[in-house]
Design a protein around this ligand. Structure first.
Ligand SMILES: Cc1cc2nc3c(=O)[nH]c(=O)nc-3n(C[C@H](O)[C@H](O)[C@H](O)COP(=O)(O)O)c2cc1C
Length: 167
């Protein structure tokens, strides 16, 4: 075996999970951020987690509101996911600017992209500092799925977005 940087290990093991994290802004809009570093953590109780750079607008919104919806985008959103990962909600209204249609889900005031394969509605349990990121640990309130949508993954060190190939 040879020595690898962690970022190259992530490239080597791609495809990696991908999500569009939906958070509510003070004006009631949905902000969307691409996040690969998310994981299932516990089934009883149901808990998930995701890591975001300390400066992210999403993190600020989640810490303030204690609510978030983690979605897995469907195939038609590949281009927009990259756009959401290369801009911040501090200065952009991403859904509007990138043409992402949103819809309501039950019992949530955070809208999600219409073309979502999965939506995990969460409340924030706690967040911890992990180097240059915060890790957000979230209680799962509800999970919704649409089997018509093909989930997207991050490929080649997050440089391209595509569905996973069949084994
Ligand atoms: C495919 C992809 C995956 C990403 N994964 C993460 C991640 O896991 N954690 C993170 O902090 N940023 C990640 N980013 C970068 C954020 O999406 C980016 O910093 C974004 O500007 C944050 O938006 P916000 O400031 O509106 O929250 C990713 C970007 C792309 C394109």
């Amino acid at each position: 075996m040879k020595s690898l940087s962690l970022i190259n290990a992530a490239k080597f093991t791609s495809p990696n999970p991908l999500s569009l994290i939906c958070s509510r802004t003070p004006s009631g809009e949905t902000n969307l951020a691409a996040v690969s570093w998310w994981t299932y953590l516990s089934l009883k109780p149901e808990i998930i987690g995701f890591a975001m750079m300390k400066m992210s607008y999403t993190g600020e919104m989640v810490r303030a509101n204690k609510r978030v919806v983690l979605t897995v985008p469907g195939e038609s959103l590949a281009k927009q996911v990259m756009q959401c990962g290369c801009s911040t909600g501090r200065t952009k209204h991403k859904a509007k600017d990138f043409g992402i249609d949103l819809k309501d889900i039950p019992n949530s005031d955070i809208q999600i992209p219409v073309h979502s394969a999965i939506a995990i509605q969460c409340s924030l349990r706690e967040y911890i500092e992990v180097g240059d990121h915060y890790f957000y640990i979230c209680h799962v309130e509800n999970v919704y799925g649409d089997e018509e949508e093909r989930p997207l993954f991050a490929w080649n060190g997050y440089s391209s977005i595509a569905p996973a190939q069949e084994a």
